[in-house]
Design a protein around this ligand. Structure first.
Ligand code: SIN
Ligand code: FE
Length: 303
């Protein structure tokens, strides 16, 4: 079961935060645990307070989050003429640079090997969130974050890269962000790998030629996508697999590899999230990556 490892901000920010503490943090993260730093938060500017005034019209109602893409420099999930756009963008840009600093401090040199990807602002209440996305009802479960899963993306194959996400609850009303954290990744994979369909010959090449993926999907991604869907559709797994609930309070940061830590978000609004990627060759323990764990389980090279 993934542990939630607490490091108070006072300790994290103090001069006594040492090279040994950094090495321990790397071990905890790579071991699929969650690092939780209460008391740490991005500073909000006065003109960003309008982001908390209401949430009904903040997002475009199609995407669940407002997203800043680092390569295109473009924001999505909010309408072009929204009065909240400038504030959301300045907050996300500052959050991105804050998290880069936090990661370098938390992990030391290894923290510099992580590449910042998308930044998201998540104003919408998760509890009772309406179905979102331009997809049919039969596919809505895929977007339901209240169900336990490890992250996998249809259009964005990870191949040899990991997904590390840094969350910050900035809720100004005292409301926590309620999560579930689940059990061991290999146990999760074992439930489904024998039951999933094999990729068709040429499938990944065709998907890429049709521009349904940004680049070619690997067998690893195929397995991760199937695990994601099979786990979300499995009531027994959702209800009876090892899991604990944890309420992340406002003014707190937490981070984990969301491709191996089973997680669900049950309630809460107004969070920030920064995604980082690292290739498994740059990990201290590549053997703990989902790529290598799945290769061990299947006896095949997957990426
Ligand atoms: C998720 O990654 O499934 C959602 C996490 C969150 O928004 O708190
Ligand atoms: Fe997720």
């Amino acid at each position: 079961m993934s542990e939630i490892v607490q490091i108070p901000a006072s300790r994290f920010l103090s001069d006594s935060w040492s090279v040994q503490d950094q090495a321990d943090a790397v071990e905890k993260l790579e071991g699929s645990n969650v690092i939780f730093i209460p008391g740490l938060s991005v500073a909000m500017k006065d003109d960003e307070q309008i982001l908390f005034s209401q949430d009904r019209n903040l997002t475009d109602g199609v995407q669940k989050n407002i997203t800043l893409d680092p390569y295109l420099g473009k924001t999505s999930g909010i309408s072009k003429d929204s009065p909240y756009k400038a504030a959301a963008e300045s907050l996300m840009a500052r959050y991105k640079s804050e998290t880069e600093g936090w990661l370098a401090r938390l992990l030391g040199d290894p923290g510099r090997k992580y590449a910042a990807q998308r930044t998201t602002f998540r104003p919408v209440e998760i509890r009772n969130r309406k179905s979102i996305g331009k997809v049919g009802d039969e596919k809505q479960f895929r977007f339901d974050d209240t169900l336990l899963h490890a992250d996998a993306f249809k259009r964005r194959p990870m191949v040899k890269r990991r997904i590390l996400r840094v969350f910050n609850n900035i809720n100004p009303f005292g409301e926590p962000r309620l999560w579930k954290v689940g059990g061991d990744f290999t146990d999760y994979a074992k439930r489904y790998v024998g039951k999933m369909r094999q990729p068709w010959p040429g499938e990944f090449t065709v998907l890429n030629a049709l521009r349904l993926t940004h680049w070619k999907r690997s067998h690893y991604d195929h397995i991760m996508l199937n695990l994601h869907d099979m786990g979300k559709l499995d009531r027994d797994f959702q209800e009876n697999s090892p899991q604990q609930q944890f309420a992340f309070p406002p003014n707190a940061v937490w981070l984990c590899f969301t491709d191996s830590v089973l997680h669900a978000a049950l309630a809460g609004r107004y969070a920030l999230e920064q995604t980082f990627e690292i290739t498994i060759d740059d990990m201290r323990h590549p053997e703990k990556s989902p790529q290598r764990l799945l290769e061990k389980l299947t006896g095949k090279a997957l990426c």
